[in-house]
Ligand binder design. Structure first.
Ligand code: CTP
Length: 401
């Protein structure tokens, strides 16, 4: 989401400087190139080496730090490099200097030389934040066109309760993405995706599973995140890989574990996509010791698993969207429509195993989307990544409807 963006992080003297270490990591993971400038006060809280290691760039805090080599650090070049400046945490002291143009440090000289947009995330104690001087300075920064990320209420380093906690790094990242991509349709929304197979344990060495690779579900999670959503993917055993910081991965093994993880996440999400191939049956008893080979025939008693999509469909509020999959081999559209109605879904994605190139392990898929009013739309054989984009585009239309 931030590929190729140059972000200059100004860190000032506040205990919240430790949170900016995480912010640096999130920015780098999102594709941004990050450089860090620290105030003298910030050096008391976190070492420059931490930021230098994470940003993979040298950290500066003074004009003359390289004077023994006969060079100086150029504040103007540092400022003009940036596509965006984020001052986090911004202390009351540095905020006041920014508002006044009091240029007594390298950090302020960089800030005053900048031509890009500036976002600030103040951090200070409750009463310092409410002080008339601070409020006046915030007003001034707003009048310069800066974006103020208001601090949050909560426990402060002083032990007091109140407003002054710096916004959490994940939320700062959201705001930065919003600055670069203001029109992303799912920004501010949360999504849940299930993916992959489930393994139902028989004994310590055996399980009942299926051939699902998880590719479709992982592609959907990436497509949701690319449209701005914050995603939780609940994945059964799968060797698919996620590096997007906007996607939280929860690994599970069995249908029962997947149900628990989904119920936990569902309350706060706007969109849930059930792309996992969940086992319909699980062994009634788990053998704690390895089952020994004995008779010529052997049977395992199975019991039905709880249907996750159905469970979430019963809990769904009017604002939430539930999307499911149907993998069928005959009477495909009829069966898919029945599943959609029974599980209270808003949209179902039908795959037919009769279509070549569709199904579990392949990189391609061929789908038909079916809505509750029986509207249908079929798509040609495509890469799962492209199919994921087609599905998410339809979900965006449902949200906007
Ligand atoms: N599903 C689920 N939990 C289950 C079984 C299925 O959440 N225990 C979800 C799947 O992720 C999919 C949808 O329900 O989105 C339909 O799954 P599918 O296996 O096609 O249908 P079933 O309802 O299991 O019916 P059948 O296997 O008899 O076709």
């Amino acid at each position: 989401m931030l590929q190729g963006k140059k972000i200059l992080l100004l860190v000032t003297g506040s205990i919240a400087a430790y949170k900016s270490v995480f912010l640096t990591r999130l920015l780098v993971q999102s594709g941004a190139e990050v450089r860090v400038v620290m105030s003298k006060g910030a050096l008391e809280f976190v070492t420059p080496l931490t930021f230098a290691t994470l940003s993979k760039n040298p950290v500066h805090s003074d004009f003359t730090e390289n004077k023994n080599e006969g060079t100086w650090t150029n504040h103007v070049a540092t400022a003009l490099w940036a596509d965006l400046i984020i001052a986090a945490p911004l202390s009351a002291n540095t905020m006041s200097k920014m508002a006044q143009g009091l240029c007594d440090s390298f950090l302020i000289a960089v800030y005053m030389s900048a031509r890009c947009h500036v976002i600030v995330a103040p951090a200070m104690d409750h009463d310092m934040y409410l002080h008339g001087g601070t409020q006046e300075n915030i007003g001034k920064l707003k009048s310069f066109g800066h974006t103020i990320l208001s601090p949050k209420e909560g426990e402060l380093a002083s032990g007091l309760l109140g407003k002054g906690r710096m916004m959490e790094p994940e939320e700062i990242l959201e705001n930065i993405i919003n600055y670069f991509h203001p029109a992303l349709p799912l920004l501010g929304m949360k999504a849940l995706v299930t993916a992959g197979p489930t393994y139902e344990r028989i004994d310590p060495v055996r399980f009942i599973g299926n051939f699902s690779s998880g590719k479709m579900g992982f592609a959907l999670a990436e497509a949701l995140a690319a449209q701005g959503a914050e995603v939780t993917i609940v994945a059964g055993p799968s060797n698919q890989f996620i590096s997007n910081p906007r996607i939280k991965r929860v690994d599970v093994v069995s249908a029962a574990e997947m149900l628990l993880a989904c119920e936990k996440a569902f309350e706060t999400v706007d969109i849930a996509i059930m792309a996992a191939a969940v086992a319909d049956y699980t062994p009634k008893h788990f053998a704690t010791e390895k089952i020994k080979k004995q008779d010529a025939e052997f049977s395992i008693e199975l019991t039905k698993t709880i249907d996750i999509a159905y469970t979430l469909g019963q809990k769904k509020s009017a604002k939430q969207l539930l999307i499911g999959f149907a993998l069928e081999t005959e009477k495909e559209e009829e069966h898919a429509q029945q599943k959609l109605q029974k599980k209270n879904m808003d949209l179902i994605v039908l795959n037919s195993l009769r279509d070549e190139g569709a199904g579990f392990v392949s990189d391609t898929n061929k789908i038909t989307l079916i809505w509750p009013d029986n509207k249908k739309q079929s798509f040609g054989l495509k890469a799962k990544r492209e199919i994921a984009n087609d599905i998410i585009n339809e979900i965006v239309k449902l949200i906007k409807a």
